[in-house]
Structures are given as C-alpha cells and as structure tokens.
Design a protein around this ligand. Structure first.
Ligand code: SF4
Length: 258
C-alpha cells in the first residue's frame, strides 16, 4: 500500500480527454494519473478481481499498489512527463488544461520530482488542477508552486465508508481552501445520503470558507449515475450548491482513460 511516497513517483496512465467533473467540466485536458492512495472508500462499490471481491472507488487500478504496481511506471525524470504533454499538444493548436489525478496525488506532495513537474507545467502556462481527497496539506513553505494550483477538494462524506477522522482533516482543508488558487469543494453523494444528513455533513466541512461547492452523484457507471443524479440535482437546488455531472461517464460509461 502506497500511503505516503518518498522519492519514487508512479504514473499509472495518461490520456487526453475532457474534464468530466467540477468547475472545469467540459474543458479539454491532459490527465496524468498517479498511483497510490491513503484512503480506500469501501462504500463506493464492489468489484470482482481474480475471484476476489474488492470494495472501493472506480479507479482501483490507481489505488491498490499490491495488485497493480507492476503496471505502474516509475518516473525517473520530469522530461518524461514533459514529453507526454508535448505529444498531446502536437495534435492541437491550443494549450490544454492539465489534471493531476489518482489515486491520491497528494501522497507525492513532498516529492521533488512531483513539485518540479508542477513548476514546469505552470511555467509553460497550463492551468493545473489537482484532484484530491484534501486529507494532505500541501507543503506551501517548501514549495510555493502549490499557491498557483487549483485543487478540486473531493472531501469524502459518510457514503465513502471511510471513518470520519481519516476522511475529514480540517488542517489540510484549511490550507488548501485558503492558500491555493480558485480551489473548490466537490462532494459525491448517493440517493440515501441526500435523504439523510448529507447537507449537514457538507455544511460542517465547508463552514467558514467561501470556496464554491459542487455536488456530484455517485456513479462509476451510466446506470448508477442515472439512479443518483436526479436526487442530487434536487438537493443542489434546495441548498444552493452547484450540480456537477460526470460527463465522461455519460459519454463513455465505464471506459478507462476517459
Ligand atoms: S480517496 Fe479517491 S482514489 Fe482514494 S480510495 Fe477514495 S475515491 Fe478512490
């Protein structure tokens, strides 16, 4: 299990698609997905793998290092990452957004390769979003670059199946919400949580911050998304939150690298 990483930086996959969720939904973006996560979110679904049932999110391949690390690529140099981004750029005539995702990419927050990559991409003029569970504070004193990054703070609610003290880390949320650029909250809810205390949980997490709040239906497949979406849309209307769909799921269902 990769909980916090030293100097190794594992890239799971890269692809060029549209951002499907949150504030920049619809924007063409190059995705760099890094391996490892400090949470497991067993409430988000179950999958059969080699005759075993595994509980967790829809990016198991980026979370379970014991099962998937052989297919992860250990990045030796940031020029490798620059080459990947340039390869996609050569096909287009504009500067795409860069989305750093996982797993939980902030397990690499102190990794010098990871931070050099952020610096390089920011210098080249890309807008960078880090998709994070917001449980790890960026080391802002050591790496000022984090102030230039937008964080999509996907703080987990009780439907993730994680214990509250693991999924809600107030100090990390405060650092990200107040010290970084245009960062926003992005919560995932299912129909049950909407009926129960979803609004209370969100209010408790966001109290004192004026960052935008997006709510998104749980749904790794089109079918699951369709079940949860109307209830979450109504929930947003009732509470003044912004509704976020999952465009990539609507368009490509469970296809990977989308
Ligand atoms: S925090 Fe995100 S990547 Fe990690 S297990 Fe939960 S849903 Fe998956």
């Amino acid at each position: 299990m990769v909980e916090k990483s030293g100097e190794k930086l594992y890239l799971v996959e890269h692809f060029f698609s549209i951002q499907g969720e949150g504030k920049y939904a619809g924007v063409p973006s190059v995705f760099l997905r890094f391996g490892g996560c400090n949470l497991r979110c067993p409430g988000f679904g179950s999958y059969e793998l080699e005759e075993k049932k595994i509980y967790g999110c829809d990016t198991l391949r980026a979370v379970y290092s014991n099962l998937y690390r052989r297919s992860w690529h250990s990045v030796a140099d940031i020029s490798e990452l620059e080459r990947i981004v340039r390869k996609y750029e050569n096909r287009i005539s504009y500067l795409p957004d860069i989305v750093i995702t996982g797993g939980e990419p902030m397990i690499y927050a102190d990794n010098s390769l990871f931070c050099s990559m952020l610096e390089l991409l920011a210098e080249r003029g890309h807008r960078i979003t880090i998709e994070t569970n917001a449980t790890i504070a960026p080391p802002l004193k050591r790496y000022e670059i984090y102030k230039e990054i937008t964080f999509a703070m996907a703080v987990k609610l009780s439907c993730s199946g994680e214990q509250k003290n693991r999924r809600v880390v107030p100090k990390a949320i405060e650092a990200i919400a107040t010290m970084t650029k245009n960062s926003f909250f992005k919560f995932t809810l299912d129909r049950e949580l909407v009926q129960k205390d979803g609004a209370k949980q969100i209010a408790e997490i966001c109290e004192g911050y004026d960052n935008e709040i997006y709510c998104m239906p749980l749904g790794g497949s089109e079918e699951e998304l369709r079940k949860n979406a109307p209830a979450v849309a109504k929930f947003c209307i009732s509470h003044g939150y912004r509704y976020s769909d999952r465009l990539h799921v609507r368009l490509w269902n469970r296809e990977e690298k989308r």
